[in-house]
Each structure stands twice: as C-alpha cells, then as structure tokens.
Design a protein around this ligand. Structure first.
Ligand code: SAM
Length: 301
C-alpha cells in the first residue's frame, strides 16, 4: 500500500508543482523525506536493486537504492571521512584495508588518501552501482579506481570474507541497510568471518544506521559483534541525508589500545594523509565516541 501512496504523492506533487520528486521509503509511511529531482541522471534496475541518481538543489547529485538515500555529493565527506580516518589513524600502521560495499567509490577514494596503505580491496555486490556512479557521480570515486593499490571485486561481501586467506588491518563495512543483499552483512556469521580476515590488532567499522529510528539494528549488531571482539562500541556523526539525527558507526577490535590513541599522535599522523579534511579532526575523532544518553540507554543490555 505504501508503494502506491509514495508513487501517488510523487505523481500528484509533480502534477501540482510541475516538478519531479524522490520519495524515500526506508521507514514506509511512518516517516520519510522527499527531495526535488531537478534532473534524473540515471535510472535502472540491476539484479539486486533499483538504482537512481538525480540532482537536488541542496544535496547536489544523490544516489538512492531501492528508494533509500545512500549518499550525496554535498554530505558524503562526513560519512566517508569518519569511516576511514577514524579506524586507520587509531590503528596507526594500516597497510591493507578491505571495504565491503562502497559501490559509490567514496570510501575507496578516502581510504587511499593514506600514503601508508599498500592495498585497498573493495568488494561490492552490484557492478551496476559502480558503473553508474563512475559515470554520473565522478566526484565520489575521483581517480580511486586508477590507483594501482586498489582492487575492485564484484561479489557478495560475505563470500569474500568467508573464503579469503588474506589478513587486513581495517575492514570497513559500507553497506546498505539490513534489507535485501545488505542483510547478511549485519549477522554473527559475517562478523565471525571478518574476525578471521583481520590481523590480531585489526579494526572493523560499520555503517550502523540511525539509532533514533533504527535502534534494533544498533542493539542486534552490538550483540552480534560482542561474541568475537574484546572492544565493541559505537561512534557517531550527523550525516544530513540520513533522517533521524546522529548516524552510528560500529567499532569492534581486539586491539584495546586503539581507542586511546592520543590527540597528539592523531594530529601528528594527519600529515601522512593527502589533501584536506572537510569534517574529520583529531578532536572530532576523540569526541565522536562520546555517546548521548538516548544512545547509551539503547545499549543498556
Ligand atoms: N553510505 C551508504 C549508507 O550508509 O547506506 C552506503 C553506500 S554504498 C552505495 C552501499 C553498497 O552496499 C551498495 O552499493 C550495495 O550494492 C552494497 N551491498 C549491499 N549488500 C552487499 C553485499 N552483501 N556484499 C557487497 N556489497 C553489498
């Protein structure tokens, strides 16, 4: 029923305002957002999901999969900087990074800014997302795919971590929400394979939803990682295109020193990164692990 409502809303609005709208469907009819589409750059259906890339006056170019906003040109820096620099700088000696998902290319681009990184593997299930973003959102991958350190594998992330005998220093799970192909990336089974694919002092970080409206995902993934990692927590940042306030990033590792990396070391190691930051600072890194009470209360298990 909600599909029809959303389609009707978009149609009626289009008729009245003579403009095209994207109606987000993540929360069904409970809550959502609509974004004016001043231009549709790509629209298609892969064997996994609906893909649309459109232009919006506030967010710039926007990618949505199965009518859920994934990333936009104008706010992607927050999400990609926090999910790469936080674990890589906390670890302090990252040579190999594994990205699960990340089809828009932003995570790969951001990780490769670290000169210390010798190899970055990105395992994305949907090649159509990679190609559509390469063509229509080139500012996300920029020249990441031409970087000799990068390897892009089109496949299911769980198959990769299950079968690889390679060990990584950081694993970044840059997936869709736990619906459709993304669901498996939030399970105990997946985290157990990730544990095996990490070096002893390795860190896994995850896209972990918006605690205000996706608390179940927060709690369940916390429980699912707790069995395998000594240090298991979240850090936060506001990603403007994700309705509901702070977004949570999962953090799990046996490297219990990583969380206590000093501000001085973070400031010093910033010099090993190409280019400039637009969100991440060492102070933001440290403070992002301070959770407001409404999130702490959801984790009182
Ligand atoms: N920033 C976004 C967010 O927070 O929701 C995620 C961006 S990225 C587009 C998410 C990617 O995860 C998609 O390209 C999707 O195809 C990919 N994905 C979903 N399930 C996957 C799986 N099982 N293995 C690998 N990639 C997967």
């Amino acid at each position: 029923m909600f599909e029809e409502f959303a389609e009707a809303t978009a149609e009626k609005t289009k008729e009245l305002l003579k403009e095209n709208f994207f109606v987000e469907k993540l929360y069904g009819s409970n809550w959502g957002q609509i974004l004016k589409m001043t231009k549709v750059l790509y629209e298609g259906k892969s064997k996994f999901q609906k893909i649309i890339i459109f232009e919006n006056p506030i967010f710039g170019k926007v990618l949505a999969l199965d009518d859920v906003l994934q990333t936009s040109e104008n706010d992607e820096f927050i999400y990609h900087e926090m999910l790469t620099h936080t674990p890589i700088l906390a670890h302090g000696n990252v040579k190999k990074v594994l990205i699960i998902g990340g089809g828009d290319g932003g995570m790969l681009r951001e990780a490769l800014r670290h000169k210390s990184i010798e190899r970055a593997v990105m395992v994305e299930i949907d090649g159509d997302v990679v190609e559509a973003c390469k063509k229509h959102m080139p500012n996300l991958p920029k020249n990441a795919y031409e970087d000799p350190r990068a390897e892009v594998i089109i496949g299911d992330g769980i198959d990769y971590v299950k079968n690889t005998d390679e060990k990584f220093d950081v694993i970044i799970v840059d997936s869709t929400d736990p619906i459709g192909p993304g669901m498996i990336l939030f399970t105990k089974e997946f985290y157990s394979y990730c544990k095996n694919a990490l070096n002893n002092d390795g860190i896994i970080v995850t896209q972990n939803g918006v605690p205000f409206s996706q608390a179940d995902e927060l709690v369940q993934t916390y429980k699912n990682r707790k069995c395998y990692f000594k240090d298991n927590r979240f850090y936060i940042a506001p990603v403007f295109g994700y309705v509901g306030g702070f977004m949570a990033f999962g953090w799990a590792t046996d490297n219990e020193k990583a969380i206590d990396v000093s501000l001085e070391k973070l400031k010093n190691d910033l010099s090993n990164i190409e280019g400039v930051m637009r969100y991440y600072t060492p102070e933001v890194h440290k403070s992002s692990f301070c959770l407001p009470m409404y999130i702490q209360n959801k984790l009182k298990l």
